[in-house]
Design a protein around this ligand. Structure first.
Ligand SMILES: [Zn+2]
Length: 430
């Protein structure tokens, strides 16, 4: 019995070592030590980490790689970012959106990022972003799972045609209902928008992913309404709350009531560490708040927490490279999640947890899963985050779709080794 691809001697994220992974017809056929059958292609992992691919459950692909268009964000705030995006939206073309998004997808694949949920602004009567990204979703179908969220950036009620455009976008094939309750004119309008959007999702059998309480205002409590509406409409497990940064600033007593409500409604919490740490706390003098939602506390209440990249070189964030290990690293730093167990958890926040939030099918390294994975230049998940390890091979459907040479440096120092390999400085932990 012959396989299409056999990976030998891999370490897995769960701590198992010396494992072989055999793939046939695009599916993982066996995961065990010492597989002896023939294979058309063999990869020797050499005791390095093989992981399921990275998953980004929160991104803005209609804006990515547009940095400087039509100008830079001078204040660095969320609100100037939204205003700047408004200026750019006027001059967007479908072709430009497609070109930039495809470029970003190439970068994503090179980093082992093979599933992305992107919010797409519908507050543009031409629906330029939607048209562009529907085309991109089709073009990248064979190598990236791209989910589109109809996102009323300027507010469902605040922006005159938002609801009409959102419904049109859903009719055109957009997958998920988005929202931005904290940007509506009043708290009441925010709550009404959550209810209306959840009803639209329930009527159409869709998932919900809302920008929710992306503010330092501790009184921004739309997550409470989102949890309530999720329960009322029976949407448990199909709703995500993105950002949830106001929770950082909320009163502890209130949070102790809120966390069980979020858990009960099975809402997925998506933090965006790189963006939250740069956009929140901008109105503070010192001390400056971090603004990231309460990740360890959500975790301890059994809430599924994912970390998203959110932005790469756009009106809100001038940095970023599509590297989910950078996202995980920032997440663990900002949340002070520095125990060995915590760091492993942060790796899950850019792999299994977002896959669960996005309800990806066949994701993982078990027999029967899709043969999608990557080989990293690190021996375990902790080392992977610490080194932002090179993705040596990226495999999709049992075929290598990207390779990067290992990072090694030649040393010209008398009496010292000739090369430095960044991996292998700390013991492997299981
Ligand atoms: Zn966002």
């Amino acid at each position: 019995m012959s396989f299409d691809l056999l990976v030998r001697n891999a370490n897995l994220p769960d701590g198992r070592t010396g494992i072989d992974i055999a793939c046939r017809n695009g599916v993982i056929a066996a995961v065990e030590p010492g597989i002896t059958a023939e294979a058309k292609e063999i990869i020797d992992a050499g005791g390095l980490l093989v992981s399921p691919p990275f998953v980004d459950s929160h991104f803005h692909m209609d804006a990515t790689l547009s940095l400087g268009l039509p100008r830079m964000n001078r204040s660095g705030t969320l609100l100037e970012g939204i205003a700047l995006w408004g200026e750019l939206k006027e001059i967007l073309t479908v072709e430009a959106v497609v070109e930039r998004a495809l470029k970003y997808c190439d970068l994503a694949v090179s980093q082992g990022l093979l599933a992305i949920r992107t919010h797409v602004d519908v507050c543009d009567d031409r629906l330029t972003g939607i048209k562009g990204l529907l085309e991109v979703r089709d073009k990248v179908r064979d190598y990236i799972d791209l989910q589109l969220v109809a996102f009323p950036q300027d507010g469902l009620f605040r922006s005159p045609n938002a609801e009409k455009n959102l419904l049109t976008a859903l009719d055109m094939g957009v997958d998920i209902v988005g929202g931005i309750p904290h940007f509506e004119r009043t708290m009441q309008d925010g709550a009404r928008s959550v209810a209306r959007l959840c009803e639209i999702a329930a009527e159409r059998g869709l998932m919900v992913d809302m920008h929710c309480d992306e503010t330092d205002d501790p009184m921004s409590r739309h997550i409470e309404t989102l949890a309530f509406e999720t329960q009322r409409l029976g949407l448990q497990g199909r709703v995500a709350g993105s950002h949830l940064t106001s929770m950082h600033s909320m009163d502890n007593y209130y949070v102790s009531k809120l966390l069980p409500l979020i858990a009960e409604a099975e809402i997925h919490a998506i933090a965006n560490p790189l963006i939250n740490i740069t956009l929140q706390g901008r109105h503070d003098s010192y001390p400056k708040r971090r603004g990231q939602t309460r990740v360890p506390e959500l975790r301890s209440h059994g809430v599924n927490v994912a970390f998203g990249h959110d932005c790469v070189m756009d009106p809100w964030y001038s940095m970023g490279s599509g590297d989910m290990l950078e996202v995980a690293s920032m997440g663990l730093h900002v949340a002070q999640m520095t125990s060995r167990d915590d760091i492993r958890y942060c790796f899950e926040c850019v792999t299994n947890h977002p896959a669960r939030a996005m309800r990806l099918e066949g994701y993982g390294l078990q027999t029967g899963c899709k043969a999608d994975f990557m080989l990293l230049q690190a021996r375990d998940t902790i080392e992977a985050i610490r080194l932002k390890a090179t993705r040596l091979k990226v495999v999709k459907g049992g075929k290598v779709i990207a390779s990067t040479p290992a990072r090694t440096t030649r040393l010209e120092l008398p009496g010292r080794p000739a090369t430095v390999d960044p991996a292998g400085y700390a013991p492997v932990e299981s």
